[in-house]
Write a protein that binds this ligand. Structure first.
Ligand code: CP3
Length: 339
């Protein structure tokens, strides 16, 4: 019998649905904070297989999640391309910004295999350890990763989004470079043991319709098509966060097996926009999980009611928030598993 998450991504309406949570390994878990305190910094944690394997498995041990997502970060690809990356304590990521074609020439795509080797080693070690959980590899989508590379930090990315209009030659080259690098990176993750892959386009919803098609849909379609060619049978989940009414166009153009839906999406409407056999994944508000109690119960019940009978993976609409109580996560899992 195949793993439940893989059955859902193959179009089956498994009930109760498989469940995992974005950022299920992270600061809300005391056992994560303990490992994190022993690593030099966050990048070092991602690049040390002993530690990355351990924190990937922590939420499986505690909750028996149906998926293990590789512990890494979407910004490890810019790191692997030779752009400096550091996580300033309490401030989020910092990269030396790249804003012109000369900046692109300084990147080192030939160095990627060497720099991602420890990440692939983490996957190779995880695969025999995940049991009935599905091992998910991931990457950031080209647009979201480009936002950080151009801006040099998080936020609303005013420089990156303006530059996409002002210097389309530069932006096109950056997106193309990232599309190619992402295909190779995800293919390498599959070859190292990932059973499914997820593409995080966290900032897709910042785009107007024309750039959405150009910088979100087209690159995701290229990535999905090429991965299907290289690794037929390995499913992909696309997560174009805040895509709103463009969700259907994204699903149709990419042919992904699963579509992640964010907190703002009405589940019934998503179900119409993305019909079976494509699976949906989401979308409990991380704040409802933080609050717990009746608010969480009501929100969870309404998602389950809307998704019953179609291929569905229960998840959040965005990542677990650090102040979340680990006990509340256990309560959530009990409700989902009761169907
Ligand atoms: O989901 C998982 O458990 C797997 C690991 C994972 C991380 N980041 C670990 C992480 C995944 C899949 C990501 C994806 C990621 N990273 C995204 C896309 C999803 C999303 O949240 O929108 C983005 C935009 C990033 C970039 C990023 N990484 C930021 C902005 C930050 C700093 C802010 C923050 O939440 O701390 C990170 C750091 C990061 N990535 C942490 C973790 C566990 C916290 C690091 C720490 O321990 O201090």
């Amino acid at each position: 019998m195949a793993k439940t998450l893989l059955r859902v991504l193959a179009g089956e309406a498994v009930w109760p649905p498989p469940v995992w949570l974005m950022r299920q390994a992270g600061r809300y878990l005391p056992e994560y904070r303990q490992v994190r305190a022993g690593a030099k910094d966050f990048v070092e944690l991602c690049l040390t297989p002993d530690l990355a394997v351990e924190v990937t498995l922590q939420p499986l041990r505690r909750y028996g999640m149906d998926a293990a997502i590789l512990f890494s970060d979407i910004l490890m690809l810019p790191y692997a391309l030779g752009q400096g990356l550091r996580f300033a304590e309490g401030e989020g990521p910092r990269l030396p910004p790249i804003r012109d074609v000369a900046g692109l020439a300084a990147l080192d795509p030939a160095g990627v295999p060497g720099r991602i080797a420890p990440i692939l080693e983490t996957l190779r070690r995880l695969r025999p350890l995940v049991g009935e959980a599905t091992l998910i590899g991931f990457a950031g989508a080209p647009f979201t990763v480009a936002c950080y590379m151009v801006e040099g930090e998080g936020g609303e990315f005013p420089t990156a989004r303006t530059l996409a209009y002002r210097d389309p030659v530069f932006f096109r080259r950056l997106i193309d470079l990232l599309t190619t690098a992402t295909i190779d990176y995800l293919a390498a993750q599959i070859e190292a043991g990932a059973e499914a892959v997820m593409l995080f386009d966290s900032w897709a919803g910042l785009l107007a319709p024309l750039p959405f098609r150009r910088w979100v849909i087209e690159p995701a379609a290229r990535i999905a098509t090429e991965l299907r060619r290289r690794h037929p049978g390995v499913p992909m989940i696309g997560f174009p966060r805040l895509a709103g009414l463009q969700l259907g166009a994204y699903a149709a153009a990419t042919g992904v097996q699963g579509v992640g839906i964010d907190t703002a999406v009405e589940p019934g409407l998503a179900s119409q926009a993305v019909p079976p056999p494509t699976a949906l994944q989401g979308n409990l508000d991380p704040l409802a999980l933080l609050a717990g109690g009746e608010a969480m119960q009501e929100a969870t019940a309404s998602i389950l009611a809307a998704m019953r009978g179609r291929p569905f993976v229960f998840n959040l609409g965005h990542g677990v928030l650090p102040p979340t109580d680990p006990e509340t996560v256990a309560t959530l899992l009990r409700q989902v598993r009761a169907g």
